[in-house]
Design a binder for this molecule. Structure first.
Ligand code: SAM
Length: 610
């Protein structure tokens, strides 16, 4: 492409592509290049529209949310390069504010992402300063504990205000700072209530269409459809209606969490006055022993099959330092272990202390696999269950809470969700759950490289995402998958199911629950394909599936069942207060999802023969 045709749209798309597959090193390389034009004095000849804008910034920040800080092979100068998570978001933020903010200031999404990442790393003073900038930019004043004057701010600004204070409250809660937690939670709650009020008023007046078309004309805004001007008008109405439903759903979710924090302060707050263990030490121990990050990204697209991942894995270092670095930089260990005077981790490419790295080795065996007996500290006797694609962690937290006699591992691709799961585990009930370990990784690579074969009792998969590319409802395509031809990109590929199968103990099960019948078929034909390679697979028979109806049979005895998940397939019973296995379950019920009408559950269970 001739250099003058390389538009900012194209460069942003490139950043997006890298961010989706978790390659933040290259995403940052492109982002930095955009700003080096400024340094070389080329910006003065450039139209404002062709400079990096808030959509470019937000695309990069979204990648930082999905992928925590990690180390790649040496750069040209021979140094290790660290990118991803808060390391890159802070670098990108300062470049952007210095050179681009005048013509296109950060928007609500930018602030939300930047504050979330700072809070995840427990960088409180910077998070507070960023919230202050946000309030100034949007003309919000907060008096006393939680009296908010928001001028002419709209519902989305107030939603962001609610969200940034919620992030702050969550981080304070995890550190046991109950007074700070209370103030942040009150502010979040007030902002949520005000946002909801404005949203209801606006949708009652039917103003949303007008409001959103105004936004679309403004190239400096970072909304998802910032550049799709032509199709915007036609679908505006429908999209606005579902946007309003989604906004209400999100506000409800935020409100439920914030109220739980306020209650927590009432229950646990007086410990502030009691002599107690160092709260920093408590959270450090949990980050060290219960949270592991091996890389990830924002997309399930494994379309170029394993080769891309393999290349990426080769590039990603697997040294002890590299395994330790994400939790040190992105998940807060550095912040706890350094004083302000020695907070050198904020310098790019800072190296974690050697003694911490060495001690981190205790969680791995000599093949680099997780040493679960060390992690759970109870010897190998307790059964271990694992969930792939845990999302926000609702299901695994409930499951671990109800099955204290078992250990659990949650595996999730996206770093922001890994942190959400971790926070739920830490903040569950009166004390952190002791029988869960959270892993940030691509499911297939994790099972292949980090789990001891024959060590897992059950592998659960709940509502996995179907392939993202258009893939027909067609038997021909399913036949192709079954016969060994190219598969569509999704988490439960044949290679991942094979790796999962080898991780099972004899008698162990893989249990997949979905609301999408076609997707259940795809899983079944993939299992048929696998059963030709691995002889010890056996499908669960009807006697082993009480409460389920057999609805479809496939080759080699693979079967699809219909029915609501129950204890027979290892799911904990839902209590009446916790109605809903998972976040996605709740999303369906509120009517927010496109598939809200789907109430049927399709279940596929296979066993490893005893
Ligand atoms: C539709 S959500 C379901 C989440 C959760 N199980 C629930 O029911 O609420 C699917 C989750 O799988 C994660 N995911 C997708 N591909 C993955 C992969 N290859 N490895 C690990 N996690 C993956 C996604 O990030 C997402 O959080």
């Amino acid at each position: 492409i001739p250099p003058d045709h390389v538009t900012i749209e194209l460069q942003t798309a490139l950043i997006k592509g890298y961010a989706h597959c978790g390659d933040m090193h290259n995403a940052m390389r492109v982002f930095r290049d955009l700003f080096s034009k400024h340094k070389q004095g080329q910006w003065k000849d450039m139209q404002v529209e062709q400079r990096p804008n808030v959509r470019t910034l937000n695309t990069l920040l979204r990648g930082c949310l999905w992928t925590a800080a990690n180390v790649s092979h040496e750069d040209e100068a021979g140094a290790n390069d660290v990118a991803g998570g808060v390391v890159s978001s802070e670098e990108a933020w300062s470049l952007y504010i210095q050179y681009s903010a005048d013509h296109a200031p950060p928007d609500t999404s930018s602030y939300e992402a930047a504050v979330t990442l700072l809070c995840q790393a427990f960088r409180f003073s910077e998070a507070l300063a960023r919230i202050e900038q946000f309030q100034q930019q949007f003309n919000i004043r907060i008096k006393g504990k939680a009296s908010i004057k928001a001028g002419d701010a709209d519902h989305s600004v107030l939603e962001t205000l609610g969200s940034v204070y919620l992030s702050l409250a969550r981080a304070y809660a995890m550190r046991g700072d109950y007074d700070e937690l209370w103030q942040a939670a009150q502010r979040s709650l007030r902002a949520i209530e005000s946002s909801r009020k404005l949203l209801s008023e606006m949708s009652a007046q039917g103003n949303e269409a007008e409001d959103s078309s105004k936004k679309k004309q403004d190239f400096t805004r970072g909304g998802k459809r910032g550049w799709k001007k032509d199709s915007a008008e036609r679908q505006t109405e429908q999209r606005n209606a579902s946007n309003v439903t989604y906004r209400h759903h999100r506000l409800n979710e935020m409100e439920a969490e914030v109220k739980a924090f306020i209650k927590m302060r009432a229950e646990r707050g007086d410990t502030n006055n009691n002599p107690k263990n160092d709260p920093n030490e408590a959270i450090c121990n949990l980050i060290t022993s219960r949270l592991f990050y091996f890389g990830g990204g924002g997309s399930t697209e494994l379309s170029e099959q394993r080769s891309v991942l393999k290349k990426k894995k080769e590039r990603m270092k697997s040294t002890p330092e590299a395994l330790f670095l994400p939790k040190w930089q992105s998940f807060g260990l550095a912040e706890f272990s350094s004083t302000t005077a020695t907070a050198t981790h904020k310098e790019k490419n800072a190296v974690p202390p050697k003694k911490d790295v060495q001690s981190h080795n205790q969680w791995f065996n000599s093949d680099g696999q997780l040493q679960t007996s060390a992690i759970f500290g109870d010897g190998p006797a307790r059964p271990i269950d694992l969930e792939l694609g845990s999302g926000f962690g609702d299901w695994i937290v409930r499951q671990s809470d109800s099955h204290g006699e078992r250990n659990h591992i949650a595996v999730e691709l996206r770093a922001d969700r890994v942190y959400q799961i971790f926070s739920r585990v830490v903040l569950n009930g009166k004390r952190p759950l002791q029988n869960v370990c959270i892993v940030g990784a691509e499911a297939g690579s994790f099972l292949e490289d980090r789990v001891l074969q024959g060590s897992i009792s059950n592998i659960f998969v709940n509502f996995p995402e179907p392939p993202t590319q258009t893939y027909g409802d067609d038997r021909v395509e399913l036949d192709k998958v079954e016969s060994g031809e190219l598969e569509p990109a999704h988490m439960l590929s044949c290679a991942t199911l094979k790796a999962a199968f080898y991780c099972l103990r004899p008698g162990g099960r893989i249990i997949v629950v979905t609301d999408n019948r076609w997707y259940a078929k795809l899983v079944c034909v993939t299992l048929v394909r696998l059963s030709r390679q691995v002889k010890s697979i056996r499908a669960a028979n009807s006697l082993e599936m009480p409460g389920f109806r057999e609805i479809e049979n496939f080759r080699n005895g693979i079967k699809m069942y219909e029915g609501q998940p129950n204890q027979e397939i290892g799911h904990a019973e839902e209590s009446s207060t916790n109605q809903g296995g998972s976040y996605f379950d709740r999303l369906w019920r509120t009517g927010t999802s496109n598939f809200a009408h789907r109430t049927k559950r399709f279940v596929v269970v296979v066993k490893r023969k005893d």
